[in-house]
Ligand binder design. Structure first.
Ligand SMILES: NC(=O)c1ccc[n+]([C@@H]2O[C@H](COP(=O)([O-])OP(=O)(O)OC[C@H]3O[C@@H](n4cnc5c(N)ncnc54)[C@H](O)[C@@H]3O)[C@@H](O)[C@H]2O)c1
Length: 442
């Protein structure tokens, strides 16, 4: 199998490096010249655990190029991994995806297998085949192979996938799908070969279900605060029911990232386009937006004015363990706090460079290299993601460094009972307003 991977972002690069590490020769193509130049030098362009070491050791099996002719002509199998972002109206923007198809039409050789790893609207597989074969005299097989990796765990997800879902439309497709699945079956995993529509739908239905679980528990959290319940205890109690389970039941300021926001909007749009009412998905999206307001309102209620206050922000990536700030809930929160004329000091272990690019002209934001430097002399700290470093902070860290340890924890990282000596607010749990300790009172 001669594999070319087109689009070397989270999905494409991780797939390329992983397959190369298994001994396959992989040709990676991307339009981003800077990215290709770094990859050629063996520099991983993403923060993912083990990605850099795997890239270093697999470099002899990897070729990187910005020349689509070379990349496409070389391949028996072309994996499309480009981004399919959200368009202004909520639909899926397929511009990059179609640019790849046009490259394939220009440079194809006969009998190539197109493997769609990008998340694409239901029906795309069949449209792709028609599109390619209407514009080229070559024959193509098209396999839908949605990717389910999770950023921050991408390599371990490759090594041990939860499942491999492959969508095909004929018997030849079944044989091709089996060969492709075999590439990833280093450990045992369920393999489902099904219709292309099923495979495409499984990807959207899975992501939207997970997003819905998050919005559900966040909605419950809002109610918990009104009725004096604790959402963590409620979620724990719910999780003993094996039909519910414990994953994705952590209340917080909502989901972000490049997948859940665009895929919920994408599914809602696809449903509307097919005259199916999917209010459950709409509510998921609305609750997620409202969660930011819910968090901000807690802060506004606590402080008459934020003007001139020193606000420490811990965590700006959409979750811990990644440098990705796409659709991070930190973006609207930092914007809102800036509008209230506060001074903001930000620390994130991985995402500061990316975040900084979004707030270039703001003189009231400072970026620091250590969490303690952010806490130093802060009047309040906002914890916005679940980076390991923040999970390990202790009440004494806040007490020692802050002017007054007032904590707004948007990810419920600490047990309320453990936050002695602080003023501690979180999501869906009772606030703790102790007679707070300060450096001076220690
Ligand atoms: N990020 C995830 O966790 C994840 C998980 C599962 C599925 N997906 C899906 O996989 C797809 C890719 O996501 P991603 O996060 O890797 O995107 P990304 O933005 O990280 O990477 C996309 C890459 O494609 C390149 N590209 C864009 N247009 C191109 C073109 N015409 N030719 C060649 N390269 C081109 C970009 O330069 C970029 O390097 C999306 O459809 C996404 O929904 C993402």
């Amino acid at each position: 199998m001669e594999i070319t991977i087109i689009g070397l972002g989270y999905v494409g690069l991780v797939n390329a490096v992983y397959l190369a590490s298994l001994g396959h020769e992989i040709f990676g193509y991307d339009i981003d010249k800077n990215k290709i130049s770094l990859l050629r030098q063996g520099v991983a362009t993403l923060e993912e655990p083990n990605l850099q070491s795997l890239l270093t050791e697999s470099l002899p099996n990897l070729r990187f190029s910005t020349n689509h002719k070379d990349a496409i002509r070389h391949a028996s199998h072309i994996f499309i991994c480009v981004d399919t972002p959200q368009d202004k109206d909520g639909s899926v923007d397929m511009k990059n995806f179609y640019a790849v198809l046009d490259n394939i039409i220009e440079d194809s050789i006969s009998d190539q297998c197109i493997v769609i790893r990008s998340t694409v609207p239901v029906g795309t597989n069949k449209i792709v085949k028609q599109y390619l074969e209407s514009k080229s005299s070559n024959h193509f097989d098209v396999i839908s192979f949605p990717e389910f990796l999770s950023q921050g765990k991408a390599i371990s997800n490759m090594i041990q996938p939860d499942r491999l879902i492959l969508g095909v439309n004929d018997q030849k497709g079944v044989a091709l799908a089996k060969e492709i699945a075999q590439l990833y079956l280093i450990k045992k995993a369920p393999v489902m070969i099904t219709s292309s529509e099923n495979a495409e739908m499984i990807k959207y239905a899975s992501n939207c279900f997970l997003a819905m679980k998050i919005s559900y528990i966040n909605n419950i959290a809002q109610l918990c605060e009104k009725v004096g319940a604790d959402v963590d205890k409620v979620a724990k109690g719910m999780s003993y029911d094996p039909r519910i389970g414990e994953s994705f039941l952590k209340a917080g300021i909502g989901y972000g990232g490049s997948c859940f926001p665009k895929d919920t909007n994408g599914l809602y749009w696809i449903a509307n386009d097919n005259s199916v009412s999917m209010e459950i998905v709409k509510s998921t999206i609305d609750i997620n937006k409202s969660q930011v307001e819910f968090f901000l309102n807690k802060i506004y209620r606590r402080f008459k004015s934020l003007a001139g206050l020193n606000v420490a922000v811990l965590g700006v990536a959409f979750k811990g363990g990644t440098e990705d700030v796409r659709n991070s809930q930190a973006i609207p929160i930092v914007k809102a706090i800036l509008e209230k004329n506060a001074n903001i000091t930000i620390y994130d272990p991985l995402a500061m460079d990316n975040f900084q690019k979004l707030f270039t002209r703001h003189t009231r934001i400072k970026y620091v290299d250590y969490p303690y430097d952010a806490l130093k002399n802060a009047d309040v700290v906002l914890i916005l993601n679940d980076s390991e470093e923040f999970v390990n902070l202790k009440p004494l860290d806040f007490i020692t460094y802050m002017r007054k340890p007032v904590i707004f924890d948007g990810r419920n990282l600490y047990k309320v009972e453990s936050m002695e000596g602080t003023e501690y607010h979180s999501i869906g749990r009772p606030s703790r307003v102790d007679k707070v300790k300060t450096r001076k009172s220690l």
